[in-house]
Design a protein around this ligand. Sequence first.
Ligand SMILES: Nc1nc2c(ncn2[C@@H]2O[C@H](COP(=O)(O)OP(=O)(O)OP(=O)(O)O)[C@@H](O)[C@H]2O)c(=O)[nH]1
Ligand SMILES: [Mg+2]
Length: 167
Amino acid sequence: MSEPLKIVVSGPVGAGKTTLTETLSESRTLNTDELASEHIGKATTTVALDFGALRVDGQPVLLFGTPGQERFDFMWEVLCEGAAGLLLLVAADQPRDFPKARRILEFIVSQVPLPYVVGVTHLDARRVWTPSEVAAYFDLDDHQVCAVDPRQREPGLRFLLRLLERL
Ligand SMILES: Nc1nc2c(ncn2[C@@H]2O[C@H](COP(=O)(O)OP(=O)(O)OP(=O)(O)O)[C@@H](O)[C@H]2O)c(=O)[nH]1
Ligand SMILES: [Mg+2]
């Protein structure tokens, strides 16, 4: 049997990391959401990690979601150990968080040069940056950035496959 692939899911608060992990996982997920102690625009936030598992064409894939709040950034390094790739999520309606997303990306790929793709969530919001605009912001090719609704399995899976194709 093939070794499980460890994939890290990261990005700023509210980008949809916990949601994506739950949508994709075929087994019960581990979720460490707690009531947020600061105003972050939602009631709960991940304080340690999300964990989920699925198979893609028979290949076991383990998903490790990071917390978005920067005070938990010590978890990034822990969670990236042994990872094969990174899914970075950014909310299309939160451009103020793009610099944070960039810091996360730069920190992680400077530790280990992981292959990554960027998923643009919350595209159903009223005022959004398009995936192309997000690609330009991160100085990436359009094919490394894709639209994803982490609440839906098909788009979520397509996004994961984009990354698996790069490994
Ligand atoms: N409308 C809409 N809601 C979304 C989308 N993606 C995620 N959400 C919602 O956004 C909320 C926050 O998502 P989470 O998955 O908790 O975000 P997170 O990235 O894990 O956040 P932290 O753990 O706090 O860093 C949830 O209520 C999701 O259902 C999207 O594309 N559109
Ligand atoms: Mg979370």
